[in-house]
Design a protein. Structure first.
Lengths: 80, 147, 147, 80
């Protein structure tokens, strides 16, 4: 188990009811964090429509997650 | 130069900042808040950005545009917060010696900004509903998530 | 709306005139007088137009852009007379619901304006020479006709 | 022979030294007018790079010229 801080944005934040929370997760990769927090962020989109950052760096879904990391979960973006 | 702004974008100041005696072409793009989206009457929009990464990625897009198209300068500002119909949500300006590079670089910047930056848009509708807008490239899979 | 102007183009007024609550995209192009052309240092430019036909053909180009791309409005103004480095020689602005039509219509207007309208450009060089500029599509056949 | 008023623009006008002149020409088409006035406008470009109007209407080079017409000879254009 790892202690991971997860940050939710936009529709994810509204679904979770919090902007961030610290969780104990059995997660090796960013994808694991996303999948295990589905009930929190409530995403109904394919993973590929979302983006993820670890400690303020954009990463691939396969990026490893370490103890104490902050994982930012971004719903499909729609700027402009 | 890429910037996130929580107050009105000053289009005239941005354009004035692009003066360069070697520039033969200025192409600009403005994303405006319009009163309709996919059949819904829209009253206003709210933009949310995760600013640290939006700025990093925005600067990266600007650098790519300069490298790929060899333009003299490219600038973009993107709004956050509540915007009324007709307001400018995003402004892109590119100067180049000739128009082809200016058009292509301007188009590149706005396309990439829309698809890569952690920025989200919530629409407020005339019927009282509101909904987050999905990215264009996801549009075939999911529509608005109404609250 | 197409117009020939012998005095400075008022970019801000033109942009303000394109307000429309259904517009989600504004694409503009400005042709600017630059300080160099094909290796020559340019001091200023002089534009000559045959106004009756330039206006007729310019209005036709604007109408074609509206018909082909379904944009909400397209506007163009073109200068005549002596212009200094950095001055705006031609301005095109197009509003549309979405950006793709706005970009394509704006590009169409400036491309057609440059190739179809009876407008000519004379460059004045740092070395005292001057020369009429040939059209882009003729560039492979003839260069400047120096006086 | 037809009486035709020919108008010269830009580099053509500078070469001819006049903005317009009325000539007696053996000309059936706009192209005939262009070719017969080459010494006046001094064009060194292929015909296809130039444009022509008769009585303020853009026409093809094959357009017929009538007695009293005004033929406008436009050198290669370069707006924008």
């Amino acid at each position: 188990m790892k202690r991971v801080t997860v940050k939710y944005f936009a529709m994810f934040r509204e679904h979770a009811g919090v902007a961030e929370e610290t969780l104990q997760l059995e997660a090796d990769t960013a994808m694991d964090v996303f999948e295990q927090t589905r009930p929190r962020h409530g995403c109904r989109e394919p993973l590929g429509h979302c983006k993820v950052a670890i400690n303020d760096r954009m990463v691939d879904w396969s990026a490893p997650v370490a103890e104490g990391d902050t994982v930012l979960l971004f719903p499909p973006v729609a700027g402009g | 130069m890429f910037r996130i702004k929580s107050t009105a974008i000053d289009v005239e100041a941005l354009r004035a900042g692009l003066g360069n005696p070697a520039a033969g072409a200025l192409c600009t793009f403005e994303g405006l808040v319009r009163n309709e989206n996919e059949g819904h009457d829209v009253l206003k929009l709210e933009y949310e950005a995760y600013e640290p990464l939006a700025v990093t990625e925005g600067e990266q897009v600007i650098a790519e545009a300069r490298d790929r198209f060899g333009v003299l300068a490219a600038v973009c500002e993107h709004r956050t917060g509540l915007l009324e119909i007709g307001e400018c949500a995003v402004w892109v300006g590119v100067i180049a010696p000739h128009r082809d590079e200016a058009f292509r670089a301007c188009r590149y910047v706005i396309d990439e900004i829309k698809h890569r930056l952690p920025i989200w848009k919530k629409e407020y509708y005339a019927n009282g509903d509101s909904g987050w807008v999905n990215c264009e490239r996801c549009a075939e899979h999911g529509k608005h998530e109404h609250d």
